[in-house]
Design a binder for this molecule. Structure first.
Ligand SMILES: O=C(O)C1=C[C@@H](OP(=O)(O)O)[C@@H](O)[C@H](O)C1
Ligand SMILES: C=C(OP(=O)(O)O)C(=O)O
Length: 422
């Protein structure tokens, strides 16, 4: 049986300064761009976690050199992309959606597989789009195989990206290397997590690539070189949210140093969300400080753009003073697990009252009790359990190691946060 992690109860108001490792989304985009760039790149303070090691492993298997710098940086040296190769996607959406276009640019046979649940995550639309752009692919979900021709014609393609913004990001990131670039048009229900596409566009432009995103739901990337990167990776703002939530849930104060004043990270939205819940939120040169209220307000939030914050927000909502409603996140059913079902099941087991709606959750706070909190191999389910455990004695989080998907040492960081003054 997987080990159970007794989530520590906060002895009082949590007060700490918590440095947070680099952004998963920025690191994995930077690795992809660096692999396709016109010279060697340096990525400073990259995230080193399962998702980013898997991305590095995938690119290495295609011939790219990725070496450790003396300061924890990654030095990425592009090379001719070639198979045969086997790509392990783990449970990383970014690997399973960003790497197939690169494989199509490589020569040779490249097979893809991943964790058991990864086979259920939406992917078919990406593979269909790549076929429409000229790729030869066998399969519609993991496992599948790309028969790379060493080049891809590219051109115009229409895709339904309502299941994941990563469908669009993956096509755009490699598109400068397609012979004709790409025009991606989305047709379907609104694309979730739009800030993540804006991050993709902004990182492409920073690398000298011409991108036109003026027309709604349409992205045009011109063919051309990708300039080598020299990049400082920002802290991961979504991964910072459980720590900030600890301040919000206990009336404490947590500072995350290095919080950017301008960012494309979706996680920045936590500032407004915690303010709505009654916390005091202050962004200064020292970082972001969240000071928790005596009691948390209920909220009614559309999280369509920032779905990955839902587990943190749901945990706080379960500790608030009234009924909260989280909307716009039907696509979370295709994340690491069906997060709406997982949150409903686990909160209900602890005594909560949670209803699933078509596109979200309604959470009615109730007195909660301890019990086993299943993670479903989902890092954010595990951290949501940790947040609840601060206030609810006896929460046992199953498979806390799953947090390693995006945080190298979550239990150690959590213990340090609870153990020490800032
Ligand atoms: O491109 C990215 O880096 C991400 C995009 C989002 O995916 P979805 O659009 O599938 O929600 C987000 O939830 C995920 O954590 C990271
Ligand atoms: C949805 C997430 O991850 P992925 O990049 O695997 O889609 C997430 O980190 O919340």
């Amino acid at each position: 049986m997987t080990q159970l992690w007794p989530a520590p109860v906060a002895a009082g108001a949590v007060r700490a300064t918590v440095p947070v490792p680099g952004s998963k989304s920025i690191t994995n985009r930077a690795l992809v761009l660096a692999a396709l760039a016109d010279g060697p790149s340096t990525l400073r303070a990259p995230l080193r976690s399962r998702d980013t090691e898997l991305m590095a492993g995938a690119l290495r298997s295609l011939g790219v050199a990725i070496q450790d710098g003396p300061d924890g940086s990654w030095q990425v040296t592009p090379a001719a992309l070639r198979g045969p190769a086997e790509v392990d996607c783990g449970l990383a959406g970014t690997v399973m959606r960003f790497v197939p276009p690169i494989a199509a640019l490589a020569s040779g046979r490249i097979t893809f597989d991943g964790d058991p649940h990864a086979r259920k995550r939406p992917l078919g639309a990406v593979l269909d789009a790549l076929r429409a752009l000229g790729a030869d692919i066998d399969g519609d979900a993991l496992p599948f195989q790309v028969n790379g021709a060493g080049k891809l014609p590219g051109g115009a393609v229409t895709i339904d990206a309502s299941a994941s913004s990563q469908f669009v990001s993956g096509l755009l990131l490699s598109a400068p290397r397609f012979e004709q670039g790409v025009v991606v048009r989305h047709a379907g229900e609104p694309v979730p997590s739009l800030p993540h596409i804006e991050m993709t566009v902004s990182m492409l432009r920073a690398a000298g690539v011409e991108v036109d995103d003026q027309e709604p739901d349409t992205w045009r990337v011109a063919p051309g070189p990708i300039r080598a990167l020299d990049l400082d990776v920002e802290p991961d703002l979504s991964n910072a949210t459980p720590f900030l939530a600890a301040a919000a849930a206990t009336g404490g104060a947590v500072t995350v140093p290095g919080w950017p004043t301008r960012t494309t990270q979706a996680g920045d939205a936590i500032r407004d969300i915690l303010a709505q819940m009654g916390a005091q939120v202050e962004l200064t040169g020292d970082g972001l400080t969240v000071t928790g209220p005596a009691e948390l307000n209920a909220v009614d939030l559309d999280l369509h753009d920032v779905g990955e914050l839902t587990p943190t927000v749901a945990a706080l909502a379960a500790l608030a003073t009234g009924r909260s409603r989280l909307r716009g996140v039907a696509h979370l059913r295709g994340h690491e697990t069906d997060r709406l079902a997982a949150l409903q099941t686990e909160l209900t087991k602890l005594g909560g009252a949670v209803e699933q709606t078509e596109d979200g959750l309604v959470i009615e706070p109730r007195p909660l009790h301890g019990g086993n909190w299943h993670s479903y191999a989902d890092h954010r389910m595990a951290t949501a359990g940790a947040i609840l455990g601060l206030r609810v004695p006896g929460v046992l989080v199953e498979d806390i190691a799953t947090t390693g998907k995006t945080i190298p040492d979550f239990p150690g960081m959590w213990a340090a946060m609870l153990g020490g003054d800032a």
